[in-house]
Design a protein around this ligand. Sequence first.
Ligand SMILES: *Cc1c(COP(=O)(O)O)cnc(C)c1O
Length: 358
Amino acid sequence: MTALESPPEQTGPMPAEQREALLRMPGFGSLYSDHMVTARWTAEAGWHDTRTGPLTAFSLHPATMAFHYGQTIFEGLKAFWRPDGRHVLFRPGDHARRFARSARRMAMPELPEADFLAAVAALTRADRDWVPRPRGHSFYLRPFLLAAETHLSNRPAAEYLFAVIGSPARPAAVEPAPIRLWASTEYVRAADGGTGTVKCGGNYGGSYLAQQEAAAHGCHQVVWLDARERRYVEEVGGSNLFFVEGDRLVTPPLSGTLLAGVTRDSILRLAGRLGLAVAEEPVTLEDWERGCRDGRITETFACGTARALAPVGHAVTPEGEWAIGDGGTGPVTRRLLHTLLDIQYGVTPDEFGWLHAV
Ligand SMILES: *Cc1c(COP(=O)(O)O)cnc(C)c1O
């Protein structure tokens, strides 16, 4: 048997004063709320034993399959505070469906969408006082699923553990600083037929060497090129990528190696509101550089749940580097970011039905 047998490490919720002091400090992913939701799956019983309880350490046997063969998936979504005291989740159904797709690709059991929604809502309700209020701040929810069977065989597990934990998150860059990107020509993130379209743990572990290479070149993140030709620009770290060309917004198509970001989809839909045409078309590293140098491409930004939109100021390759626009945050990036934040914080109506009150 496996998880959850350990005694709670924290006795009861954190005192309000201490929590409020912590919530005033910016950060991402280093602070956790009081509770977690867990559920188990076994081949015999299916999904069972769903509970909301105190956040505690798992006690797992060293032969737990997730430790050895990387059969793990995760999601990341946000809850926002509303002045009327309610909380809203941003597009939780889309995250639920992607979680199920990730599970299918990794030969794991799919958590029904309704159960995913119930779990993220239950944690948000239990830890409502952990949802920060200022614009840009949010409560980041991390659902994940791992192979919990104790066995050393190289095959899909017959037992799984699902959990959701929550973490108050720093401002999603209300005034974001431009990032520098390193184009990795040696390492790739994803190849045709692989797992690049899903959020499985191994995709990230496999990317850190390239991330270290980026840091060694003074860059914040890696820009991933396609595995076949190392020619097409696909993604940035764990984010999708957009280019601004006049009044056109261009993003690489979901070719089978890209992760279909919920933020990417939101931006494609919001673009029309700002009078921008959208195109999902391949962009080569060469097109990108030439476009920036001749002024056709005026802005580039990365996007994902954690940071919303992050402007790209410079691109660096083994051959040299170039600035995007003047290397600062462009007006289209800023307008799109604030259009998205306005919906998330309830400043403008949610005409797309993206918000789910809990
Ligand atoms: C999570 C992720 C994204 C962004 O997806 P969102 O749904 O917008 O958060 C993009 N690329 C990769 C590789 C990711 O893991």
